[in-house]
Design a protein around this ligand. Structure first.
Ligand code: V47
Length: 383
């Protein structure tokens, strides 16, 4: 016996011998919300193609064949970090070999390199430096806005915001207001990891807890800033922890609508304290994209970050629920310190090729998912 469901807009009918998926398929096809047990069942299903089919049906309903990418540049101002997260190979203690902190001029100069394709976004994430004052980061952003006024500044994770607020002796709303005034336009999704305390104590016990991460995001959204949300998987968490993480994000999103994109991040173990944990497999990466798409019914976008999952798996992900592959990046440190073998960056034309060969239609977006139209030496954003 096989469940066979059809939708008028679906190109193929859904079939699976996995009975646990039947009620889930009914809900998805009726546009009903999935619950905790459904999420766990999606992780445990032996029929990955059926899970992917369902996720793809949601993805195509939302975005048709479009697949989003952007032309961006990552800037990591410092790798000095007080947190010592066991999951991380990028952050280092002050004074350790291999630490760096960019002078402001150096950060601004870095921002301008690789601009030949006219980036629309600076993605700024760094370590929790014990000595750099709050004003260093505001000067960094202000200086970028003076030099590159047309470029969107997506800066500081919820963890950095909470840390910088404490260092600057201000409340989180005060810190966010100052960031906005300096020119921060939105926030990246990092630092969320897994919200469950048990897991957080093992992988990142010195930074804000899950509740604080979510409250900081809620505050930023209520102050008019959009952000992304990540989830780090493939370490010591279990299926229930992952579902719990996504449901907690979904709850905040019901309240604020401020999350733009969900980005599952596969744990890279090399050079971390958790180096004995094996890397995730392609199947888990693909499944995580699909489960994210199905559980997060109030998120518009699911990102298959090509740097983290490889361009090859990101292509597959575009048919398993993802609608975005992220951007040109230019220079990546966090994953490469932890053993990533992907290139440091990709050209705009390469992103277009991987999307096209996945059978999707490339759509260059800005950070807020508005269309970017390019002429020879400039770009315009449709509002
Ligand atoms: O917060 C750190 C993760 C994040 C490792 O918002 C690791 O558009 C795997 O958040 N293995 C930073 N992951 C990157 C990030 C991000 C990336 C791309 C786009 C966006 C966005 C956000 O990287 C950290 C942490 O969760 N991380 N170390 C590691 N060894």
């Amino acid at each position: 016996m096989a469940y066979a469901g059809t939708r008028s807009q679906a190109r193929h009918s859904f079939q699976t011998g996995d009975k646990a998926l039947w009620p889930i398929a009914e809900k998805v096809q009726a546009g009903q919300r999935l619950n905790f047990d459904d999420g766990v069942a999606l992780y445990r299903s032996g029929d990955i193609l059926a899970v992917g089919w369902l996720a793809n049906s949601v993805r195509e309903k939302l975005h048709g064949d479009l697949a989003y990418f952007n032309v961006n540049r990552h800037i990591n101002p410092t790798n000095v970090c007080v947190a010592s997260c066991r999951l991380c190979a990028f952050g280092k203690k002050k004074g350790d070999a291999g630490t760096y902190t960019m002078a402001l001029e150096e950060a601004w100069e870095t921002a301008g390199t690789g601009l030949t394709e006219a980036v629309t976004e600076f993605h700024i994430v760094g370590g929790l430096h014990p000595d750099l004052p709050f004003e260093y980061f505001m000067d960094l952003v202000r200086g970028l806005k003076v030099r590159f006024p047309q470029v969107h500044v997506k800066a500081f994770t919820m963890v950095e915001i909470a840390f910088l607020a404490k260092r600057g002796k201000m409340t989180i709303p005060e810190a966010i207001q100052q960031m906005k005034d300096a020119g921060v336009d939105s926030m990246p999704g990092g630092g969320a990891e897994i919200f469950a305390d048990r897991v957080r104590h093992i992988i990142c016990d010195h930074k804000i807890d899950g509740g604080e991460w979510l409250e900081t995001a809620r505050t930023a959204h209520k102050m008019g800033l959009r952000s992304n949300a990540t989830m780090l998987y493939g370490h010591v968490e279990n299926d229930e922890d992952r579902v719990d993480h996504m449901l907690r994000l979904r709850e905040v999103q019901d309240d604020t609508g401020g999350f733009q994109t969900f980005i599952p991040l596969a744990f890279h173990p090399d050079n971390t304290v958790l180096g004995h944990i094996p890397r995730t497999t392609g199947m888990l990466d693909i499944r995580q994209i699909a489960v994210g798409r199905l559980m997060l019914d109030n998120f518009s976008h699911i990102k298959a970050y090509w740097q983290m999952m490889t361009p090859q798996i990101a292509q597959l992900a575009l048919r398993f629920g993802a609608d975005d592959v992220d951007g040109t990046v230019i220079e990546e440190k966090i994953y490469h310190d932890a053993g990533a073998t992907t290139p440091q960056g990709m050209r705009r034309s390469d992103l277009i090729r991987i999307i096209t060969e996945a059978g999707r239609v490339p759509f260059e977006r800005d950070t807020l998912y508005r269309a970017v139209t390019r002429s020879e030496d400039s770009f315009t954003i449709s509002v």
